[in-house]
Write a protein that binds this ligand. Sequence first.
Ligand SMILES: *Cc1c(COP(=O)(O)O)cnc(C)c1O
Length: 384
Amino acid sequence: MTSAPAAPAASDVQYISPVTGQRFAVDTPMWRDQGGSHLNLTLGHGLAPADIVGHERSLWRYASAIRVDAKSRISLGEGWTPLVARPWDGREVQVKLEYLAPTGSFKDRGTSVLFSYLRSVGVKHILEDSSGNAGASMAAYAAAAGMKARILAPASAPAGKISQMTAMGADVGLIPGDRQAVADMALREAEKIFYTSHNWQPFFIEGTKTLAFELWEQTGFRGPDAVVVPCGYGSNVLGLWIGFNELLARGQISRMPRIYAVQAAASAPFHAVWESGGDQWVPIKPSPTMADGIASVKPVRIREVMEAVRGSKGAVVAVSEDEILKSLRQCLGQGLFVEPTSASSGAALTRLISSGDIAAGETVAMVLTGSGLKATDKIASLVG
Ligand SMILES: *Cc1c(COP(=O)(O)O)cnc(C)c1O
């Protein structure tokens, strides 16, 4: 008599298709299911303060909750960014300096964990499409891991980000048109090179969930009341939602922080879905925005992002170019040298404070996602 294979332990990570519910082992890398849907990961088990590796000054201090093989780890010291109290519109807010990452954006959280996973399953050549920061991050981690990188970017992407990719050895293809044209081209090249897109790969979100763990640890293991974060495809929004959910399930926090996903009104597909009241894509007419890092048109995980925003009792906030510019000046005027995309979170925070959605006395984290150092020309042209 042959016995059925043992059911996997609850803590074993698997891919799961949100459409069919089918699960797949992660020892073979995938980026979508047979029907073309993206894949998510089964929920992790979170951690408790005693599990933190205190001497590790990177997101790997939470290694016990990151479901990749420690032997394959690729780290450049990502994560463990400062949380500093600063004034904003007469309030004290907690500013999360994600722009102090190895390549200048929070993307390094996702890339470090994703590439560690890819290395553990033998992937040596990666394909990415990016408006800039994710490509720069992947170029760096590919160099660190000895992998080959092919990166497609919009021809209009800031020169600083493109040179960052090529200087670290990536094979960069510049594509004319909008962000969607780049994503479409990547889907064609994915027939030849394994597609490691940060927008598709769920192990990228396994890395961004450490943002939630850090906000929890840095607020004295309590968690903020609200988090305001720029949102293009939603990897930070989903990382926060998943990370805080793991902490809730472990009894480490008592309530879910409200997640405010910030989009540039010029190109705001999540805001269109939010307004529709549903969770299906709504066609939009995008126009250019100074917040190039969040200019999405047809994001991948729409239902999941809506669940995160609604389930946390947050909101999707669409901010105008004027509001972003005003926030950028406000950031720069405080010594926070961020790229315009990052300033969208400050623009939303201003609105949420004046509308009363964020009450006096609440602990609110404003996430600044990307450095101004690779957008100096753009910043100069905007603020003189
Ligand atoms: C990529 C990026 C974002 C948007 O992140 P998503 O995961 O697409 O929501 C925000 N800010 C900066 C600086 C970025 O590079």
